[in-house]
Design a protein around this ligand. Structure first.
Ligand code: FO1
Length: 307
């Protein structure tokens, strides 16, 4: 089956592992958020692309949720001892990937081309694409000032309540090569259980991706990132509450108004599915191991049968 999955980092990467377990990975295309990308220590870092690559390659640190398993931090300790920038923690193993990517980008390669090379080098069968090759950066306006994504999320521990999310560069950003083609040929489009505002929002801010979803001829199914009205991890719950007015399945569906045909919600939210507006699919959504990741992916993939 040809499936496109719009994905952010941690939750999206876990979900993608379930998807490639459930269907032939060669038919799976991940379209990944780049709004979190940053330059740190002179290196180009794409955290969500990396979370997806590491998860699909079985290299991810499952507990931390980002970066690589069996990581060591010697380079960062040296950086810190020498008074360098250490607020954004790059592990020794992780650093290797950023060095390769940075060199390629400086040599004139596009982000999608180098990502394609990394995907092949890691032996992955799925296609992993950045939403765009152009610069698209997420900014958060808060009562305490405006911050780029990683300064708000990591340096300030996403404590500042968010009044507005902006995507710098989105107006002129074109989809990366392959994104529209994948959407055009997809039999099913999935939106991973990622934060609708800061993980999926930047992807949908690329106008031609949004309009491709609006004009879809195949089902699009989103998976809610909330369980019992709360995010498993991260600021999705607080953001839904402040920006959308609540944390029910209907509030999640509202983030994707006109773009989805079904919403996968957790059993803990089943009592609130009445006003959701799209077809609800109720299942267990906590991805604690391979079996639960695959079961969640299968529940979303089943939407094809109802189309
Ligand atoms: N998240 C943190 O909370 N602290 C970090 O120091 C940090 C470093 C980091 C390095 C590489 C990478 O790929 C991801 C990293 N993350 C870190 C995760 C990242 O900030 C977020 O999880 C994503 O951007 C949100 O999807």
């Amino acid at each position: 089956m040809k499936v496109v999955v719009l994905s952010g980092g941690v939750g999206g990467a876990r979900f993608l592992r379930g998807v490639v377990d459930a269907v032939d990975p060669a038919g799976v295309t991940a379209v990944v958020n780049v709004g979190d990308d940053l330059e740190v220590l002179g290196l180009s870092v794409s955290p969500d692309l990396d979370s997806v690559l590491y998860a699909l390659a079985g290299l991810a640190d499952e507990e931390r949720g980002w970066g690589r398993a069996d990581e060591t931090w010697n380079a960062l300790a040296t950086v810190e001892a020498l008074g360098g920038e250490a607020w954004f923690r790059l592990g020794d193993r992780d650093l290797g990937l950023h060095v390769v990517r940075t060199q390629a980008l400086r040599g004139g390669e596009s982000l999608s081309t180098v990502t394609n090379r990394l995907t092949a080098a890691l032996g992955l069968e799925a296609t992993v694409l950045p939403a765009t090759d152009e610069s698209l950066r997420t900014w958060l306006d808060t009562p305490n000032g405006s911050f780029d994504f990683q300064h708000w999320f990591v340096a300030r521990a996403h404590r500042d309540p968010v009044d507005r999310v902006r995507f710098e560069g989105a107006a002129s950003a074109r989809p990366a090569p392959g994104v529209l083609e994948a959407l055009h040929h997809a039999e099913l489009i999935l939106i991973a259980p990622s934060n609708p505002f800061v993980s999926i929002g930047p992807i949908l801010a690329v106008e031609r991706i949004r309009s491709a979803l609006e004009r879809r001829r195949v089902p699009c199914v989103a998976v809610s990132p909330l369980i019992g009205g709360e995010a498993v991890k991260g600021p999705a719950g607080a953001m839904l509450h402040r920006l959308e007015g609540g944390t029910t399945p209907a509030h999640v569906a509202q983030c994707y108004a006109g773009l989805i045909d079904a919403l996968v919600v957790d059993e803990a939210d089943a009592h609130q599915i009445d006003a959701v507006g799209v077809r609800p699919i109720v299942t267990k959504t906590l991805m604690r191991d391979a079996a639960s990741r695959r079961a969640l992916a299968e529940a979303a993939l089943d939407a094809v049968a109802f189309a």
